[in-house]
Ligand binder design. Structure first.
Ligand SMILES: NC(=O)c1ccc[n+]([C@@H]2O[C@H](COP(=O)([O-])OP(=O)(O)OC[C@H]3O[C@@H](n4cnc5c(N)ncnc54)[C@H](OP(=O)(O)O)[C@@H]3O)[C@@H](O)[C@H]2O)c1
Length: 238
C-alpha cells in the first residue's frame, strides 16, 4: 500500500485543483510526484511540451491547454519551465559571447512564454478562496544580487520574468483578492538544466527542492503577492 505523505498544502481548500506546467522537467516532475500524494488534492493537471505538445513558443497550445481546463478554478498553479542552455550554447561568460538569436530564445522561453501562461491561466485562479501561482525564476535574475556577472541572457530573461510576475500580480489582486502570485528561486537543484554547473555548488535533489517549494507556497500570504522568494520563503531583492 502506498504511504501517504504529511499534508504540505493545508492552506489550500479541500479538493484543491493544481496545475503544473513543465511537468516533464526535473523540478516539475518532482513537484507532481509530491502533489499526487497530497491527501486534499482534488485533481492535478500536468502539462509539458514533450508529453502534451504544450509549447511556450506557440500561444495556441497554451490557450488550448487553458481552455481544456473547463470551469473548475485553479488553486495552485506552478510554471516550472525554463532553459539555461539554448541550441547547445552554454550561458555566456562574457559580453563578447552575446548572440542575438540565443538571447532572443532565452527571452522567448524564460520570460515571454511564462507571460503568455499568465495571460491564459491566471484569470482561472479561484476568485472565492485562497489560491497560489508560482513561476520558477532564479536568484541570478536579481539585479540587486548580481555581483558575479556572466550568464547575461539567462539573467536578463529571468529579471524580465520577475517584472512580468510582479506586474501580473498587481492586476490579479484586483479580481482575485485571495490569490498570491510570486516568482520563486528553487535553489541549486540537480536536474538536466543545472547538470554542467551544479557540481561546483552544493545542489539538492529535485525531491528536496519540490518539498521546500510547496512548503513555501503553502505559507505565502496574500500580502507577499508580487514578491521574488527563495525556496525557503526568504525574499530576494529585485
Ligand atoms: N535546476 C536548478 O538548479 C535551477 C536553479 C535556478 C532556477 N531554476 C529554474 O527552475 C525551473 C525548472 O528547471 P529544471 O531544473 O527543472 O529544468 P529541466 O529539468 O531542464 O526542465 C525544464 C522544463 O522546461 C520545459 N520547457 C523547456 N522549453 C520549453 C518550451 N519551449 N515549451 C514548453 N516547455 C518547455 C521542459 O519541457 P520538455 O522536457 O517537455 O521539453 C521541462 O519541463 C527553470 O525555470 C529554471 O530556470 C533551476
Amino acid at each position: 500500500m502506498e504511504t501517504m505523505t504529511n499534508p504540505i498544502l493545508a492552506s489550500l481548500p479541500e479538493n484543491f485543483r493544481a496545475v503544473v506546467i513543465g511537468a516533464s522537467g526535473g523540478i516539475g516532475s518532482a513537484l507532481c510526484a509530491l502533489l499526487e500524494r497530497q491527501p486534499d488534492i482534488g485533481d492535478l493537471v500536468q502539462l509539458s511540451r514533450s508529453r502534451n505538445g504544450f509549447d511556450l513558443l506557440d500561444e495556441s497550445t497554451i490557450e488550448a491547454a487553458a481552455g481544456a481546463l473547463g470551469d473548475r478554478p485553479i488553486h495552485l498553479l506552478i510554471c516550472a519551465t525554463g532553459v539555461l542552455t539554448v541550441d547547445d550554447r552554454p550561458p555566456e561568460k562574457s559580453i563578447r559571447q552575446i548572440d542575438p538569436g540565443v538571447m532572443l530564445r532565452q527571452f522567448q522561453i524564460n520570460a515571454i512564454g511564462p507571460a503568455i501562461v499568465a495571460k491564459h491561466f491566471l484569470p482561472r485562479l479561484d476568485r472565492q478562496s485562497r489560491s497560489v501561482a508560482a513561476f520558477l525564476s532564479a536568484r541570478v535574475g536579481s539585479i540587486g544580487d548580481n555581483r558575479l556577472g556572466g550568464w547575461i541572457s539567462y539573467r536578463s530573461a529571468k529579471a524580465a520574468l520577475n517584472q512580468i510576475v510582479r506586474t501580473a500580480s498587481i492586476e490579479v489582486t484586483r479580481t482575485h483578492p485571495h490569490a498570491a502570485v510570486i516568482a520563486i528561486h528553487p535553489g541549486t537543484v540537480r536536474t538536466k538544466l543545472s547538470d554542467p554547473y551544479a557540481k561546483r555548488h552544493s545542489a539538492v535533489s529535485a525531491g528536496q527542492a519540490a518539498n521546500q517549494i510547496l512548503q513555501t507556497l503553502d505559507a505565502v500570504q496574500v500580502e507577499r503577492s508580487g514578491s521574488l522568494l527563495a525556496y525557503d520563503g526568504r525574499g530576494i531583492s529585485w
